[in-house]
Design a protein around this ligand. Structure first.
Ligand SMILES: *Cc1c(COP(=O)(O)O)cnc(C)c1O
Length: 375
């Protein structure tokens, strides 16, 4: 196993640092239910993300599912979203009994094509749920304008965009709410974990009710909530990882820049455009293998795998072609041709803070050799 290079490697603090962080729990025996660590991480994230309200969750998916529920959209409502995302985004809509309507993405940064949104709006449309995919920011100003014109809510799936800033504004501050994932594979992790971030004071109580059975006091239950609380061990991991995040992102940047140096401008390889006015988090390094490259995405995937390098077909398949949505009238990858094109050709290459640059070079050598030998 040690020779394999996985697509990602979870950030972890030193063992001793984590032990020190959880030591107080052996005195208090307070393991969950919004304890000291939970409160501390929440305060630290509100400061780091520069957002008035951060509600912590046990994972990103339940955070998203719950914030959609909190908006209390009428039964039968439609939500405009993209299929070029992780299963969670679409599932969160469908599990709320709502209908996802799939909008295509843009060919340069793979986020929702904001100019295709209005054509999809019907009298049932209640919200737009775009994804800051790979940490690329959606065109937030234009989306806000469309939402305002049609009285729609905007919920961002910001699972990939932790720490990203647009014109100096944290990614947590756009739309009516943003969901972050702190899953082990993300730029910032709490083992499993997530959060909903927003500015409206009115949403605080309902988001807290959602994750803790609607319990407001020892004898007061006011809301039919579920259980999606972040526990103290998760919060402690977050406190430790947050201390080192700046350094982690700086080292990710070196890896991403090396990939770009080696792969930019190669015929048949398409890299994400570097977004103007965006301070990135270097979460992923997707490469699209165009038909002119000389080797297909699957051939490159196999060639890397043969050398113990695990890349990921992320996102393939796209969610509007999932078997579980076969009966959904809005499904069908042909309705989102750019997303379908990308899904058939994209590979995210290994990227994590301690990936050695010599390994990045080796990965690039293998990729480039594929283009030369086949075709
Ligand atoms: C990771 C991820 C999620 C779900 O987050 P979890 O913390 O794993 O539940 C949702 N959307 C996207 C785009 C993701 O990458």
């Amino acid at each position: 196993m040690s020779d394999l290079i996985q697509v990602t490697r979870s950030s972890m603090p030193e063992y001793e640092e984590y032990c020190e962080e959880i030591r107080s729990m052996w005195d208090s025996h307070w393991l969950t239910n919004m304890g000291e660590k939970h409160q501390q991480l929440q305060r630290e994230l509100e400061a780091y993300l520069d957002c008035p309200h951060v509600v912590l969750y046990t994972n990103g998916h339940l955070a998203l599912e719950n914030v959609i529920a909190a908006m209390q959209f009428p039964a039968g409502s439609e939500i405009i979203t993209t299929p070029f995302t992780f299963a969670s985004t679409t599932h969160a809509i469908v599990r709320n009994g709502l209908t996802p309507v799939f909008c295509d993405v843009k060919p340069d940064d793979y986020t929702i094509d904001e100019e295709k949104i209005e054509a999809l709006i019907t009298e049932k449309t209640a919200a737009i749920l775009p994804v800051h995919v790979y940490g690329n920011m959606c065109r937030t100003e234009r989306i806000a304008q469309i939402a305002q014109k049609h009285a729609l809510k905007v919920i961002y799936d910001a699972a990939h965009a932790f720490g990203v800033r647009y014109r100096g504004v944290s990614s947590a501050n756009f739309g009516d709410a943003s969901m972050f994932s702190f899953h082990a594979t993300k730029v910032f992790n709490t083992i499993e974990g997530g959060a909903v971030c927003f500015r409206a004071d009115a949403l605080v109580e309902v988001m807290n009710d959602m994750k803790n059975f609607g319990i407001r006091g020892p004898e007061q239950v006011v809301f039919v909530g579920g259980n999606a609380k972040m526990n103290e061990f998760q919060a402690a991991m977050g406190i430790c990882n947050l201390r080192h995040l700046g350094g982690e992102i700086a080292r990710r940047k070196l890896v991403a820049e090396r990939y770009r140096e080696r792969l930019q401008g190669v015929a048949g390889l398409r890299l994400c455009t570097v977004q103007k006015d965006v301070e990135p988090n270097y979460a992923y390094f997707p490469v699209v293998f165009e038909d002119t490259f000389g080797a297909s995405r699957d051939e490159v995937f196999t060639a890397l795998g043969a050398q113990g390098i695990i890349a990921r077909k992320y996102f393939y398949p796209i969610t509007n072609s999932f078997a579980c949505y076969a009966d959904l009238p809005t499904a069908g990858p042909e309705k989102t041709p750019i997303a379908a094109y990308l899904a058939a050709r994209v590979l995210t290459l290994p990227l994590y803070a301690d990936l050695a640059l010599r390994d990045v070079d080796r990965i690039c050598d293998i990729v480039l050799a594929c283009g030369k030998t086949s075709g």
